[in-house]
Design a protein around this ligand. Structure first.
Ligand SMILES: [Ca+2]
Ligand SMILES: [Ca+2]
Length: 156
């Protein structure tokens, strides 16, 4: 291969690398809302997109909590219906029983309610979660509330 062709190839490779870097840099921002997690004191909690059980007529709000050994976690969750203006409560704020992690593992907390019909057309349901962690004889403060992705329930 001539040195001119090598140089051309190297230049093309360099040009090609720029869009890749841009994609890699921006992709986490674009993906973040679908996978928003909060980490505190060795526990990571993610509010998952709600699931819908049409047979049971329920919406299931799910909160996935992964902790290292020796942590105890207290989780609060709440279900919402998204509206322009003020969102509507679908559940009261629910405090789950404390969960003690004897080893590193993941547990999913679930909160159920009936499928809502708050308006003409589709329903847009999501959850919020916050938590605190007990470790070394003290409780942390509550985290900020974190919202799950929205699940649209087709009611056309
Ligand atoms: Ca709505
Ligand atoms: Ca509706």
């Amino acid at each position: 291969m001539s040195s001119t062709r090598k140089n051309n190839r190297a230049r093309l490779a360099a040009i090609g690398a720029v869009p890749l870097l841009v994609t890699a840099f921006f992709a986490p921002l674009a993906v973040a809302p679908a996978q928003a997690s909060t980490t505190l004191r060795g526990c990571t909690v993610t509010p998952l997109r709600p699931s819908v059980n049409l047979n049971a007529g329920t919406v299931v709000f799910r909160f996935e909590a992964t902790c290292s050994a020796g942590r105890t976690i207290r989780v609060q969750g709440q279900g919402w219906e998204e509206d322009r203006g003020a969102d509507q409560k679908l559940t009261n704020r629910h405090t789950f029983p404390n969960r003690n992690y004897k080893k590193y593992e993941t547990h999913t907390f679930r909160l159920r309610t009936g499928i809502p019909n708050t308006e003409a057309g589709d329903e847009e349901v999501y959850s919020q979660v916050r938590f605190r962690v007990y470790r070394g004889d003290t409780w942390s403060n509550w985290t900020d509330w974190e919202s799950s992705p929205v699940r649209v329930i087709d009611q056309r």
